[in-house]
Each structure stands twice: as C-alpha cells, then as structure tokens.
Design a protein around this ligand. Structure first.
Ligand code: FE2
Length: 145
C-alpha cells in the first residue's frame, strides 16, 4: 500500500469541500424568508470554515508529492456534491445542505480508510477533524427548522 490511494481519496475530499463551499455561499447570498438573518449567518460560518479546510486539504496533497487539483473542470469529474439552486426555498436550502453534509461525510470516511491502511497519522488527524465539523454542521442544519 502506498499513499497513492490516500492522494486519490483526498482529491475527492477537496472536490466535495469546494462544491460544498460554493453551495453554502450560494445559499448565504440567496436565502430569503423569516429566518433570513440566522440562516445567512449560519451559512457564513460554515463556508468560512470550508475556505480554510480546502487550503489545508490541498496542501496535504502537495505534501504527499502530487499536484492539488484547482479547477472546476477537475472537481466536476470527482465531486459527489451537486451545485445549489439559487431559487430554492429556505427550507429546501437547509435540507440540501444537510444532505450534502452526509455526502461529504461518506467521502471523508473513504479517505480515512485509505489513510488508516497506510498508517498516515497526519492525514488521519485532519480527516477526523473534518468529520467532526461536518457532523456538527449537519446537526445545526437539521436543528434549524
Ligand atoms: Fe456575506
């Protein structure tokens, strides 16, 4: 076993993190309704965290000796999280984001297995931290309505 599979899995985590970043920012901009202010703020907290996370994940890939994908074209082939819908209702935005948290949890779980197979403790540490953030995000989203 080499870190090759870890890098491939981390690229998927990066792609899903970028996709979730943009979806969350989309909804931060476009959410409407009586809960505007709290949702606008919750979404901002979540995309701000993701902005730092994508940098950390990309740099893990570089530290393992490979180029980090940095284009939507590259992400489109490996992401599992679809684009958001600017016209969605607030309820559906929250639901879509909560589902996307589950999607990225699956992607993280696969990457964690790859990292555990080669005992890469640095990658394991980052992935476990990300899993904890997305678990908390899902709880907050599901509790928002
Ligand atoms: Fe803003």
């Amino acid at each position: 076993m080499s870190n090759k599979l870890v890098v491939e899995a981390l690229k998927k985590v990066l792609a899903d993190s970028q996709a979730l970043y943009l979806k969350t920012q989309n909804y931060h901009w476009n959410v409407e309704g009586p809960h505007f202010k709290s949702l606008h703020q919750l979404f901002e907290e979540q995309y701000t965290d993701l902005a730092e996370a994508v940098d950390e994940i990309a740099e893990l890939i570089r530290a393992l000796g490979e180029k980090a994908p940095g284009s939507w074209k590259a992400y489109d082939t490996i992401r599992t999280i679809e684009d958001g819908d600017e016209e969605a209702t607030a309820v559906n935005m929250v639901k879509d984001l909560a589902e996307a948290q589950s999607s990225i949890q699956n992607t993280l779980q696969q990457a964690l297995k790859a990292a555990q197979n080669v005992d890469n403790e640095v990658v394991i540490g980052v992935l476990v931290d990300r899993m904890s953030v997305h678990s908390k995000n899902k709880w907050m989203l599901n509790s928002s309505q």
